[in-house]
Design a protein around this ligand. Structure first.
Ligand code: C2E
Ligand code: MG
Ligand code: MG
Ligand code: MG
Length: 290
């Protein structure tokens, strides 16, 4: 029996898995050190209101620059942080950076700026999530109404009762709650109706091929209509072209975020962007502004 198990274990532990496990272990150790050393920072990508053409706020996105200048990509290190539990301190670090930076921007005269921070499903399992958020808001002096927490559909469908309680507590504090990457997960209309949400962010995968792909165009238009009728704000992410922007304008999308307006920027570059004014325009030769 033991021999059989040993054999099976040998077969399961393939060289490819070994390599993957090693890479994850290395990344985990490095990530731990990077977090302690302050090598994980936040970049900021503006969100633009399509009614006014003004920047309403920004999303904080984690960036990891190694001492030698090379970048690790969030698509790699965020899943690694989630697998190892490091996402809990990393998420708190990001929240603290984002709230402190936004407070500083408010103090510099940029009124009413909202900041969105991504929250991992793993942070919901932590018993002190709500207390941690309250502490960060108190420590940084950011009004709760200017903070938006982005959750994913996986958060909504995991451990539902517990999650709903936490979401309600956050909402009661005045924090805005949005569903990120909307349309890629398994949340139900029932859940959308019963959660204290403020907005839906249409996943980039539905935006990239509009207006040419009729299915994506139908999905994006349907999400916009549904969100609007449910009284939710709807934000399109990954807007890269004037054609996509025009489609979203015609369909009544409320806000957009994407490379067409700006990539995520280091804090000082984002501050410089704001200093040029809240109105973000699309260059004329790219099809006219809004
Ligand atoms: P997300 O929250 O959906 O963030 C949007 C992603 O789309 C960002 O990728 C952003 O750089 C990218 N993006 C924005 N506009 C465009 C565009 O026009 N075209 C294209 N091709 N991409 C665009 P990023 O920064 O690489 O982050 C990837 C994901 O990693 C995020 O997706 C989020 O799920 C996760 N992430 C990043 N920072 C954090 C964090 O602090 N905490 C947690 N839990 N997750 C994070
Ligand atoms: Mg996000
Ligand atoms: Mg997203
Ligand atoms: Mg995402």
């Amino acid at each position: 029996r033991a021999k059989e198990q040993g054999k099976r274990r040998y077969h399961l532990f393939t060289p490819a898995m070994n390599e993957r496990a090693m890479r994850r272990l290395l990344l985990e150790g490095d990530l731990h050190r990077a977090l302690a050393a302050g090598d994980i920072t936040a970049h900021y990508q503006p969100r633009v209101d399509l009614n006014t053409g003004l920047i309403t706020g920004m999303e904080a996105l984690a960036r990891w620059t190694r001492a030698d200048g090379t970048q690790e990509h969030p698509a790699e290190f965020i899943p690694s942080a989630e697998a190892t539990g490091l996402i809990v301190p990393l998420g708190e670090h990001m929240l603290r950076l984002a709230c402190a930076r936004t407070r500083a921007l408010l103090d510099a005269g940029h009124a009413d700026l909202h900041v969105a921070v991504n929250l991992s499903v793993h942070q919901f399992r932590h018993p002190n999530l709500v207390g941690m958020v309250a502490d960060v808001l108190a420590a940084t002096g950011l009004p709760p109404s200017l903070l938006e927490l982005e959750i994913t559909e996986s958060t909504i469908v995991t451990d539902t009762d517990h999650t709903i309680r936490k979401l309600n507590q956050l909402a009661e504090m005045g924090i805005a709650l949005s569903v990120d990457d909307f349309g890629t997960g398994y949340s139900s209309l029932y859940q959308l109706k019963n959660l204290p949400l403020t907005s839906l962010k249409i996943d980039r995968s539905f935006i990239s091929d509009i207006p040419d792909d009729p299915n994506d165009a139908a999905i994006a238009a349907t999400i916009i209509t549904m969100a609007d009728r449910l009284g939710l704000r709807v934000v399109a992410e990954g807007v890269e072209t004037p054609e996509q922007l025009n489609f979203l304008l015609l369909e009544g999308c409320h806000e957009v975020q994407g490379f067409l307006f700006s990539r995520p920027l280091p804090p000082d570059d984002f501050t410089a962007l704001l200093a040029r004014g809240r109105r973000l325009t699309v260059p004329r030769d790219e099809g006219g502004g809004i």
